[in-house]
Design a protein around this ligand. Structure first.
Ligand code: SF4
Ligand code: FES
Length: 403
């Protein structure tokens, strides 16, 4: 090989290296005074998530694995104090961090901006305008993004004086329960149905404040991956009918498990939610941002609720700030139960005998001998349940009562 050919080759290689270095050029972005380098095309939200903690804005509609998601709820608004090194002017309005990409030299303010906090408070107030105060009976309570958001940004009371929206009920089939009044129209469930199933049968119907999640002509959602819409719903609008009202999440113990699922698209990696020995529900595993790691099929989610169906891997890591991490104390010894001893082995039904003082009920009736809680029929003129009250010579005598 002549020196001329060698020189051409070397030049080509060098050019390739320069191009690759250019391609790999990272953008420097500063968020809440912390500077990191990210690849071009990264959104502000994703860059902030790399920093983590409170610097990451909340996201109610964006979902990393769902193409086209984001830009609906406005909870992720941030202030761009400097657009880029080339054009350091600030952006006049707050921007949705999930849909705005970083530029080299960009300066962003999230929790360090009063404007952002104020705007987020307003967004939360709007999201709650029509949202019912269902938390005490909602299955999502304890793992609801809106609940968390309202704790951080919500007001104590509402300024809304009008009637809240109500909707006609839609039956989505045997597995999924829709509570439209709780929906914040984030569109995540619509994207799941669009991108994970062959045919989408539900969507957002109507416009403005009449918009609602519904199926066209009352269809049930029965695709074998449709259960994933429950996991992506940030509020309790879509809940698992097989788990409904059965338990509160903070009483359950999440455990990672897997099985060889026959479905070609399902890896069978799940979280089992135990109370004692019983599996109350099965969900997909979620990452630290509450997003599903692997979609799971309906069979894994709704049909496999026995421990024998699964290979248990170990306890799920739960953030210590989550209410789900409460109550799972290790190595706590229970105090000794002394009530039985005090009561001579009787069950603790009646702790204080106020009969003789009140004279409301008949003192002859020994409440501790009645099976279950006493109620009015136990004081009617017949033999009370389980008492030895009607005995010869006992004042609890039907004849006497009739006089
Ligand atoms: S039902 Fe849930 S996931 Fe679907 S749009 Fe409403 S809030 Fe979003
Ligand atoms: S998460 Fe960005 S607008 Fe909803």
């Amino acid at each position: 090989m002549g020196w001329r050919t060698m020189r051409i080759r070397w030049k080509r290689q060098r050019l390739k290296q320069i191009i690759m270095a250019e391609e790999k050029k990272l953008f420097k972005v500063t968020i809440d005074n912390i500077t990191i380098e990210v690849e071009p095309g990264t959104s502000i939200l994703q860059a902030a998530r790399r920093i983590g903690g409170d610097v990451a804005p909340p996201a109610m509609c964006y979902y990393t694995r769902l193409k086209g998601s984001g830009g609906k709820c406005r909870t992720c608004l941030v202030e761009v104090a400097a657009g880029s090194t080339a054009d350091p002017r600030p952006m006049p309005k707050l921007v949705a961090s999930c849909r705005t990409n970083v530029m080299d030299g960009m300066v962003v303010k999230n929790i360090t901006s009063e404007r952002v906090i104020d705007a987020r408070n307003g967004v939360v107030e709007f999201l709650l305008i029509n949202h019912p105060l269902d938390c005490p009976i909602c299955d999502q309570a304890g793992e609801c993004s809106l609940q968390d958001l309202s704790y951080e940004h919500g007001k104590e009371g509402t300024r809304y004086e009008f009637k809240r929206r109500t909707f006609e009920k839609h039956d989505l089939g045997p597995y999924i329960q829709l509570h439209m009044t709780r929906c914040i129209l984030c569109y995540r469930c619509v994207f799941v149905a669009d991108q994970l199933t062959e045919r989408r049968e539900h969507g957002v119907l109507d416009r403005g404040d009449q918009s609602e999640i519904a199926t066209f002509i009352q269809k049930s959602l029965d695709h074998d991956f449709i259960g994933n819409i429950i996991d992506v719903c940030p509020v309790g609008a879509l809940t698992d009918k097989t788990f409904r009202f059965k338990n509160r999440v903070w009483f359950l113990k999440p455990v990672d498990a897997h099985r060889d699922c026959n479905h070609p698209k399902c890896k069978g990696n799940v979280t089992l939610w135990y109370r004692g020995e019983e599996v109350f529900r099965v969900t997909a595993r979620k990452d630290q941002w509450g997003e599903v790691e692997d979609w799971i099929c309906n069979e894994c989610r709704f049909e496999k609720k026995k421990t024998s169906d699964w290979v248990i891997e170990g306890p799920t890591k739960v953030s210590r700030h989550s209410v789900i991490s409460q109550g799972h104390y290790v190595g706590v010894s229970q105090p000794q139960e002394v009530l039985y001893e005090v009561l001579d082995g009787r069950k603790p039904r009646l702790l204080m005998d106020i009969h003789s003082v009140s004279e409301v009920n008949r003192p002859e009736i020994d409440l501790s001998k009645i099976e279950g809680p006493a109620h009015s029929t136990d004081f009617e003129p017949h033999e009370p349940r389980g008492t030895t009250g009607v005995e010869a010579g006992n004042p609890w005598d039907t004849d006497k009562l009739e006089k």
